[in-house]
Design a protein around this ligand. Structure first.
Ligand code: ACO
Length: 331
C-alpha cells in the first residue's frame, strides 16, 4: 500500500529581494551570502496577502494538475510554522478558500520538515478505505517572523507555498522520521505570550537557555548548531529511508531536499556518494521557504519536464524542533 502524487502546484509572491537589497539593510554583501548559503534572491510578501491565500493558490494549481475538484479531497493537511491564526488552521482556511465542502482538516507543524511529515501522514490515512485523496498545502511567510536587524538570519528566508495532491496507489513508500528534541533552543520562535491570570506562577521556559532577551515572535537561530545537525541528520535520514526501501542512495533519480543552505546539500551529496546533479536545487532564487521548499521544488521540476513516472524520489527535510524526515517513493 503506497501513494502517488498526481498533482502539484506552487505560488510565490511577486516581489523579489536581492542580496544587493540586503546590503542596504544590514552589514552584508552579495559575496558573503552567495558563498556561505548559495542564495541570490528570495520572494517576499509586501502587501496584505495571507499565508492561507498563498496556500489556496498553490492548492488550486495542484488540483487542476490532478484533474480533481476540491470536493474530491477527503483530507487537507496544512503545514506551516507561520500560520495566520492559531485557529482556524491553515488547512481549514485553504479548504474554505478552494471551496471544499467538508474535508477532514489538520495542521502540522514540523518546521522545515513539515511537508515530508505530511507525506508520511497522508500515506497512513490513504491506507484506510475511507480516504481516497489527500491535499497537502505547505505555505510559509517567514518574512513575518524574520528579524531584519539580524544579518545572520534575515538573508536566509523567503515566502511561498507549495501543494501536492496524493491518491491511493500500490507504488511503494518508505519513510524515516525523527528528532533531536534537546536542540529546540537552536532554532525557535516564541508563540503567544501567556496572559496574566490570577493563578499564574512564572513558568519554566525551555527556550530561555542562551536567549534571555528575544524579540517577540522573531526567529532565533544558532546557525552553526543547526548546520551541524543538518549535515548529520539529513544524509542519515536519506540512508535510513533508502535502506527500508531496499535501495542504495545512488539508485535515487532525484533528491528533493529542504533548501536551507547550498553547502548543506553539497556536504550531503558527498557523504551519500550521490552526484549533486541528483539534488533539485532552487535555493538561489527562493532562499529558505521552510516547509514550502520541497513542494515548490517538486512542482517546478515537474513543469520543467525533469520528472518521469516510475522514477525513484527522496524528499528530505530538517529544521526547528530539531526534526528530520525522509521519504522514498515512486514518482
Ligand atoms: N553577512 C556578512 N557576515 C555575516 C552574515 C551576513 N549576512 N551573517 C553572519 N555573518 C558573519 C558572522 O557575524 C560571523 O562573523 P565573526 O566571525 O566575526 O563572528 C561570520 O560571518 C561567520 O558566521 P557563522 O555563523 O559561522 O557563518 P556560517 O558559515 O555558519 O553561516 C549560516 C551561517 C548561513 C546561518 C549557516 O550556519 C547555516 O546555514 N546554518 C543552517 C541553517 C539551517 O539549516 N536552518 C534550517 C532550518 S530553518 C527553519 O526551520 C525555519
Amino acid at each position: 500500500m503506497g501513494i502517488r502524487i498526481i498533482g502539484t502546484g506552487y505560488y510565490v509572491p511577486p516581489f523579489i529581494a536581492t542580496n544587493e537589497d540586503f546590503t542596504k539593510i544590514v552589514d552584508t554583501s552579495d559575496e558573503w551570502i552567495v558563498t556561505r548559503t548559495g542564495i541570490k534572491q528570495r520572494h517576499i510578501v509586501t502587501d496584505d496577502t495571507f499565508v492561507w491565500q498563498m496556500g489556496a493558490k498553490a492548492a488550486e494549481m495542484a488540483l487542476a494538475d490532478a484533474g480533481l475538484s476540491a470536493d474530491d479531497i477527503d483530507l487537507v493537511i496544512g503545514t506551516t510554522c507561520t500560520p495566520d491564526y492559531l485557529t482556524p488552521s491553515l488547512a481549514c482556511l485553504v479548504a474554505n478558500g478552494i471551496g471544499a465542502k467538508k474535508p477532514a482538516c489538520v495542521e502540522l507543524n514540523s518546521a522545515c520538515a513539515g511537508f515530508v511529515y505530511a507525506l508520511d501522514m497522508a500515506k497512513r490515512y490513504l491506507s484506510d478505505p475511507e480516504y481516497q485523496n489527500v491535499l497537502i498545502v505547505s505555505s510559509e511567510m517567514l518574512s513575518k517572523m524574520t528579524d531584519y536587524s539580524d544579518r545572520s538570519t534575515c538573508v536566509l528566508f523567503g515566502d511561498g507555498a507549495g501543494a501536492a495532491v496524493l491518491t491511493k496507489s500500490d507504488a511503494p513508500f518508505f519513510s524515516e522520521l525523527g528528532s533531536d528534541p534537546t536542540g529546540g533552543h537552536s532554532l525557535f520562535a516564541r508563540g503567544v505570550a501567556p496572559g496574566m491570570n490570577p493563578f499564574r506562577n512564572a513558568p519554566f521556559d525551555p527556550m530561555a537557555d542562551g536567549f534571555a532577551e528575544t524579540a517577540p515572535h522573531k526567529l532565533h537561530q544558532d546557525g552553526r548548531e543547526v548546520y551541524k545537525f543538518a549535515t548529520r541528520a539529513m544524509p542519515g535520514a536519506v540512508e535510513a529511508a533508502c535502506r527500508k526501501a531496499g535501495i542504495a542512495p545512488q539508485e535515487l533519480d532525484w533528491i528533493f531536499s529542504h533548501q536551507a543552505n547550498r553547502r548543506i546539500l553539497e556536504t550531503a551529496a558527498k557523504n551519500l556518494k550521490v552526484s549533486l546533479d541528483r539534488f533539485y536545487i532552487n535555493i538561489e532564487e527562493y532562499g529558505n521557504m521552510s516547509s514550502a521548499c520541497i513542494p515548490v521544488c517538486l512542482a517546478q521540476a515537474q513543469r520543467a519536464g525533469r520528472l518521469e513516472r516510475g522514477q525513484k524520489l527522496c524528499a528530505v527535510g530538517f529544521g526547528g524542533g530539531l526534526v528530520y524526515a525522509a521519504a522514498v517513493f515512486e514518482w
